[in-house]
Design a protein around this ligand. Structure first.
Ligand code: ATP
Ligand code: MN
Ligand code: MN
Length: 301
Protein backbone atom coordinates (compact mmCIF):
# COMPACT_ATOMS: atom_id res chain seq x y z
CA UNK A 1 0.00 0.00 0.00
CA UNK A 2 1.19 3.46 -0.79
CA UNK A 3 0.52 5.83 2.02
CA UNK A 4 0.05 9.29 0.54
CA UNK A 5 2.47 11.83 1.88
CA UNK A 6 0.68 14.25 4.16
CA UNK A 7 1.85 17.81 4.31
CA UNK A 8 3.25 18.83 7.69
CA UNK A 9 0.13 19.51 9.72
CA UNK A 10 -0.10 22.78 11.53
CA UNK A 11 -0.06 22.24 15.26
CA UNK A 12 -3.49 22.81 16.76
CA UNK A 13 -3.66 25.75 19.12
CA UNK A 14 -2.50 24.42 22.48
CA UNK A 15 -5.16 24.16 25.16
CA UNK A 16 -5.25 26.72 27.92
CA UNK A 17 -7.21 26.99 31.15
CA UNK A 18 -7.21 30.80 30.95
CA UNK A 19 -10.65 32.28 30.28
CA UNK A 20 -10.71 35.39 28.14
CA UNK A 21 -13.40 37.84 29.23
CA UNK A 22 -14.99 40.53 27.00
CA UNK A 23 -14.10 38.66 23.82
CA UNK A 24 -16.28 41.07 21.80
CA UNK A 25 -14.43 44.19 22.96
CA UNK A 26 -12.95 45.95 19.94
CA UNK A 27 -9.19 46.36 20.43
CA UNK A 28 -8.35 47.61 16.93
CA UNK A 29 -11.10 50.12 16.09
CA UNK A 30 -9.87 50.81 12.52
CA UNK A 31 -10.43 47.18 11.57
CA UNK A 32 -12.90 46.01 14.21
CA UNK A 33 -10.58 43.27 15.53
CA UNK A 34 -11.61 42.16 19.02
CA UNK A 35 -9.97 40.95 22.19
CA UNK A 36 -11.23 37.47 21.33
CA UNK A 37 -9.54 37.58 17.93
CA UNK A 38 -6.29 38.81 19.50
CA UNK A 39 -6.49 36.01 22.09
CA UNK A 40 -7.13 33.42 19.36
CA UNK A 41 -4.10 34.72 17.48
CA UNK A 42 -1.85 34.37 20.51
CA UNK A 43 -3.19 30.95 21.40
CA UNK A 44 -2.58 29.73 17.85
CA UNK A 45 0.86 31.27 17.48
CA UNK A 46 2.07 30.24 20.96
CA UNK A 47 4.06 27.20 19.77
CA UNK A 48 6.11 29.41 17.45
CA UNK A 49 6.22 32.45 19.73
CA UNK A 50 7.30 30.71 22.93
CA UNK A 51 10.62 29.74 21.39
CA UNK A 52 11.47 33.48 21.62
CA UNK A 53 9.08 34.79 24.20
CA UNK A 54 9.39 32.07 26.80
CA UNK A 55 11.79 32.19 29.72
CA UNK A 56 13.12 35.73 29.35
CA UNK A 57 12.12 38.85 31.27
CA UNK A 58 9.33 40.60 29.40
CA UNK A 59 7.72 44.02 29.41
CA UNK A 60 4.12 44.32 28.33
CA UNK A 61 2.27 46.98 26.38
CA UNK A 62 -1.19 46.85 27.93
CA UNK A 63 -4.19 48.60 26.40
CA UNK A 64 -7.17 47.33 28.44
CA UNK A 65 -9.66 49.49 26.50
CA UNK A 66 -8.09 48.90 23.10
CA UNK A 67 -5.12 50.32 21.24
CA UNK A 68 -6.73 53.71 20.64
CA UNK A 69 -7.26 54.32 24.37
CA UNK A 70 -4.79 54.48 27.22
CA UNK A 71 -1.86 52.06 26.81
CA UNK A 72 1.02 51.58 29.22
CA UNK A 73 4.36 49.80 29.36
CA UNK A 74 4.64 47.43 32.30
CA UNK A 75 7.93 45.95 33.49
CA UNK A 76 7.14 44.33 36.81
CA UNK A 77 4.29 43.20 38.98
CA UNK A 78 3.94 41.44 42.29
CA UNK A 79 1.21 38.94 41.38
CA UNK A 80 -1.94 40.39 39.80
CA UNK A 81 -1.46 38.28 36.66
CA UNK A 82 -1.95 35.03 38.57
CA UNK A 83 0.20 31.92 38.92
CA UNK A 84 0.84 31.43 35.21
CA UNK A 85 2.96 34.57 34.95
CA UNK A 86 6.24 34.03 36.78
CA UNK A 87 8.71 36.36 38.42
CA UNK A 88 12.45 36.76 38.22
CA UNK A 89 14.09 39.04 40.75
CA UNK A 90 16.12 41.75 39.06
CA UNK A 91 18.49 44.05 40.87
CA UNK A 92 17.94 47.64 39.75
CA UNK A 93 20.49 50.43 39.49
CA UNK A 94 19.16 52.02 42.70
CA UNK A 95 19.92 48.84 44.64
CA UNK A 96 16.31 47.68 44.96
CA UNK A 97 15.13 44.34 43.62
CA UNK A 98 12.02 44.11 41.44
CA UNK A 99 9.89 41.16 40.32
CA UNK A 100 10.18 41.15 36.53
CA UNK A 101 7.73 39.06 34.56
CA UNK A 102 8.28 35.99 32.43
CA UNK A 103 6.12 33.26 30.98
CA UNK A 104 7.02 29.76 29.88
CA UNK A 105 3.82 28.42 28.34
CA UNK A 106 0.59 29.29 26.54
CA UNK A 107 -1.25 29.85 29.84
CA UNK A 108 1.24 32.55 30.82
CA UNK A 109 0.80 34.27 27.46
CA UNK A 110 -2.98 34.07 27.67
CA UNK A 111 -3.00 35.39 31.25
CA UNK A 112 -1.21 38.48 29.93
CA UNK A 113 -3.69 38.83 27.04
CA UNK A 114 -6.61 38.49 29.47
CA UNK A 115 -5.09 41.47 31.35
CA UNK A 116 -5.20 43.64 28.22
CA UNK A 117 -1.73 42.94 26.86
CA UNK A 118 -1.23 43.54 23.18
CA UNK A 119 2.60 43.60 22.88
CA UNK A 120 5.30 41.45 24.49
CA UNK A 121 8.83 42.89 24.58
CA UNK A 122 11.80 40.91 25.78
CA UNK A 123 15.19 41.28 27.34
CA UNK A 124 18.17 40.10 25.35
CA UNK A 125 18.98 37.57 28.06
CA UNK A 126 17.28 34.44 29.38
CA UNK A 127 15.83 34.03 32.87
CA UNK A 128 18.43 31.31 33.46
CA UNK A 129 21.13 33.99 33.47
CA UNK A 130 19.90 37.54 33.05
CA UNK A 131 23.46 38.89 33.15
CA UNK A 132 24.56 37.04 29.96
CA UNK A 133 22.79 38.17 26.79
CA UNK A 134 21.93 35.53 24.20
CA UNK A 135 21.24 37.96 21.38
CA UNK A 136 21.98 41.39 20.00
CA UNK A 137 19.38 43.51 18.23
CA UNK A 138 20.04 46.45 15.95
CA UNK A 139 16.75 48.31 15.69
CA UNK A 140 16.73 50.38 12.49
CA UNK A 141 14.61 53.47 12.96
CA UNK A 142 14.15 55.54 9.79
CA UNK A 143 13.45 59.26 9.96
CA UNK A 144 10.01 60.25 8.75
CA UNK A 145 9.99 60.43 4.98
CA UNK A 146 12.45 57.61 4.41
CA UNK A 147 10.84 54.70 2.65
CA UNK A 148 11.08 50.98 3.29
CA UNK A 149 13.52 50.50 0.41
CA UNK A 150 16.08 52.47 2.37
CA UNK A 151 15.41 50.49 5.54
CA UNK A 152 15.90 47.24 3.62
CA UNK A 153 19.16 48.52 2.15
CA UNK A 154 20.40 49.49 5.60
CA UNK A 155 19.49 46.08 7.03
CA UNK A 156 21.36 44.34 4.21
CA UNK A 157 24.38 46.50 4.85
CA UNK A 158 24.37 45.69 8.53
CA UNK A 159 24.11 42.02 7.66
CA UNK A 160 27.17 42.37 5.42
CA UNK A 161 29.25 44.23 8.00
CA UNK A 162 28.29 41.70 10.66
CA UNK A 163 29.24 38.84 8.35
CA UNK A 164 32.62 40.53 7.78
CA UNK A 165 33.34 40.10 11.48
CA UNK A 166 32.01 36.56 11.62
CA UNK A 167 28.46 37.17 12.85
CA UNK A 168 25.37 35.68 11.22
CA UNK A 169 22.18 37.75 11.53
CA UNK A 170 18.49 37.58 10.65
CA UNK A 171 15.87 40.20 9.82
CA UNK A 172 12.74 40.66 11.89
CA UNK A 173 9.96 42.85 10.48
CA UNK A 174 9.00 45.07 13.40
CA UNK A 175 5.37 45.37 12.34
CA UNK A 176 5.96 49.13 12.43
CA UNK A 177 8.32 51.20 10.33
CA UNK A 178 11.59 49.40 10.70
CA UNK A 179 13.48 46.16 10.66
CA UNK A 180 15.39 44.63 13.57
CA UNK A 181 18.64 42.86 12.71
CA UNK A 182 18.92 40.01 15.20
CA UNK A 183 22.27 38.45 16.09
CA UNK A 184 22.15 35.36 18.32
CA UNK A 185 24.98 34.93 20.80
CA UNK A 186 26.26 32.14 22.98
CA UNK A 187 25.57 33.55 26.45
CA UNK A 188 29.07 34.43 27.51
CA UNK A 189 29.87 38.15 27.48
CA UNK A 190 28.17 40.34 30.10
CA UNK A 191 25.95 43.38 29.48
CA UNK A 192 28.71 46.04 29.53
CA UNK A 193 30.69 44.09 26.93
CA UNK A 194 27.65 43.50 24.71
CA UNK A 195 26.46 47.08 24.91
CA UNK A 196 29.94 48.38 24.21
CA UNK A 197 30.25 46.15 21.16
CA UNK A 198 26.85 47.22 19.82
CA UNK A 199 27.63 50.89 20.35
CA UNK A 200 31.02 50.74 18.66
CA UNK A 201 29.54 48.82 15.74
CA UNK A 202 26.72 51.37 15.27
CA UNK A 203 29.05 54.36 15.65
CA UNK A 204 31.52 52.96 13.12
CA UNK A 205 28.72 52.66 10.54
CA UNK A 206 27.45 56.17 11.26
CA UNK A 207 30.97 57.55 10.96
CA UNK A 208 31.58 55.78 7.65
CA UNK A 209 28.26 56.98 6.18
CA UNK A 210 27.19 60.07 8.10
CA UNK A 211 24.62 61.06 5.46
CA UNK A 212 22.70 57.83 5.83
CA UNK A 213 23.13 56.69 9.42
CA UNK A 214 23.17 58.14 12.89
CA UNK A 215 23.95 56.41 16.17
CA UNK A 216 22.65 59.39 18.11
CA UNK A 217 19.34 58.97 19.92
CA UNK A 218 18.44 62.66 19.55
CA UNK A 219 15.74 63.05 16.92
CA UNK A 220 17.19 66.32 15.58
CA UNK A 221 20.26 64.42 14.36
CA UNK A 222 18.07 61.99 12.41
CA UNK A 223 17.10 64.27 9.49
CA UNK A 224 16.83 62.06 6.45
CA UNK A 225 18.79 59.28 8.13
CA UNK A 226 18.32 55.93 9.77
CA UNK A 227 18.99 55.74 13.50
CA UNK A 228 20.86 52.53 14.33
CA UNK A 229 19.35 51.97 17.75
CA UNK A 230 22.03 49.97 19.56
CA UNK A 231 20.48 50.83 22.96
CA UNK A 232 18.28 47.72 22.83
CA UNK A 233 21.48 45.98 23.93
CA UNK A 234 21.86 47.27 27.43
CA UNK A 235 20.78 45.64 30.67
CA UNK A 236 17.07 46.20 31.23
CA UNK A 237 16.30 47.30 27.65
CA UNK A 238 13.81 45.34 25.58
CA UNK A 239 12.91 44.78 21.96
CA UNK A 240 9.70 43.48 20.45
CA UNK A 241 9.75 39.68 20.17
CA UNK A 242 9.01 37.53 17.11
CA UNK A 243 5.29 36.89 16.46
CA UNK A 244 4.14 39.67 18.77
CA UNK A 245 1.07 41.66 17.71
CA UNK A 246 1.60 45.40 17.64
CA UNK A 247 -0.71 47.99 19.16
CA UNK A 248 -0.75 49.77 15.81
CA UNK A 249 -3.25 50.29 13.06
CA UNK A 250 -4.59 47.04 11.54
CA UNK A 251 -2.85 44.70 14.01
CA UNK A 252 0.52 44.08 12.34
CA UNK A 253 2.80 41.37 13.72
CA UNK A 254 6.56 41.36 14.27
CA UNK A 255 7.58 38.61 11.88
CA UNK A 256 10.79 36.70 11.15
CA UNK A 257 11.69 36.66 7.46
CA UNK A 258 14.68 35.52 5.45
CA UNK A 259 17.10 37.91 3.84
CA UNK A 260 15.90 36.99 0.38
CA UNK A 261 12.25 37.46 1.35
CA UNK A 262 13.05 40.86 2.79
CA UNK A 263 14.30 42.05 -0.61
CA UNK A 264 10.81 41.61 -2.08
CA UNK A 265 8.78 43.06 0.78
CA UNK A 266 7.21 46.48 0.61
CA UNK A 267 6.67 47.16 4.28
CA UNK A 268 7.41 45.93 7.79
CA UNK A 269 3.68 45.32 8.23
CA UNK A 270 3.40 42.41 5.80
CA UNK A 271 1.75 40.13 8.40
CA UNK A 272 -1.14 40.78 10.76
CA UNK A 273 -2.93 38.81 13.47
CA UNK A 274 -5.20 37.46 10.71
CA UNK A 275 -2.24 35.51 9.37
CA UNK A 276 -1.76 33.03 12.24
CA UNK A 277 -2.03 29.97 9.98
CA UNK A 278 0.41 31.35 7.42
CA UNK A 279 2.86 32.44 10.13
CA UNK A 280 2.74 29.01 11.78
CA UNK A 281 3.20 27.32 8.45
CA UNK A 282 6.17 29.55 7.73
CA UNK A 283 7.71 28.95 11.16
CA UNK A 284 7.80 25.23 10.39
CA UNK A 285 9.02 25.74 6.83
CA UNK A 286 12.46 25.02 5.47
CA UNK A 287 13.01 28.71 4.66
CA UNK A 288 12.83 29.72 8.31
CA UNK A 289 14.55 26.68 9.78
CA UNK A 290 17.46 27.98 11.83
CA UNK A 291 16.17 31.54 11.86
CA UNK A 292 17.80 33.36 14.77
CA UNK A 293 20.11 30.49 15.66
CA UNK A 294 23.90 30.42 15.54
CA UNK A 295 26.67 29.36 17.89
CA UNK A 296 28.68 32.54 17.85
CA UNK A 297 30.39 34.94 20.24
CA UNK A 298 31.36 38.58 20.01
CA UNK A 299 34.56 39.12 18.07
CA UNK A 300 37.19 41.57 19.24
CA UNK A 301 36.38 44.95 17.71
P1 ATP B 1 9.39 50.53 14.64
O1 ATP B 1 9.91 49.62 13.57
O2 ATP B 1 8.16 51.23 14.21
O3 ATP B 1 10.46 51.44 15.16
P2 ATP B 1 9.86 49.22 17.14
O4 ATP B 1 9.29 48.07 17.87
O5 ATP B 1 11.28 49.06 16.73
O6 ATP B 1 8.96 49.55 15.86
P3 ATP B 1 10.74 51.53 18.65
O7 ATP B 1 10.00 52.76 19.00
O8 ATP B 1 11.92 51.67 17.78
O9 ATP B 1 9.66 50.50 18.05
O10 ATP B 1 11.15 50.85 20.01
C1 ATP B 1 12.17 49.89 20.07
C2 ATP B 1 11.99 49.11 21.32
O11 ATP B 1 12.16 49.95 22.47
C3 ATP B 1 10.59 48.56 21.48
O12 ATP B 1 10.44 47.34 20.77
C4 ATP B 1 10.46 48.39 22.97
O13 ATP B 1 10.92 47.14 23.42
C5 ATP B 1 11.32 49.51 23.51
N1 ATP B 1 10.42 50.58 23.95
C6 ATP B 1 9.60 51.31 23.19
N2 ATP B 1 8.86 52.17 23.95
C7 ATP B 1 9.23 51.95 25.23
C8 ATP B 1 8.82 52.49 26.48
N3 ATP B 1 7.89 53.42 26.59
N4 ATP B 1 9.42 52.03 27.59
C9 ATP B 1 10.37 51.07 27.50
N5 ATP B 1 10.79 50.52 26.34
C10 ATP B 1 10.23 50.93 25.23
MN1 MN C 1 12.40 50.59 15.89
MN1 MN D 1 14.14 52.34 18.56
Amino acid sequence: DVVPETPTALPAAPETHIKISSRERVIYPESGLTKGELADYYQAIAPAALRWLGNRPISLVRCPQGRAKHCFFQKHDAGSFGDDVHHVQVREKDGSTQPYLYVDDVDGMMACVQMGTIEFHGWGAPVADIERPDRLVFDLDPDEGLDFTQVKKAAEELKGHLADIGLTSWPLLSGGKGVHVVVPLVPQADWPAVRSFAERFARALAQAEPDRYTANLKKVTRKGKIFIDYLRNQRGATAVLPYVARAREDAPVAAPVTWSELRDLESAKRYTIRDAAELLDRAASRALTGWGEADQSLPDL
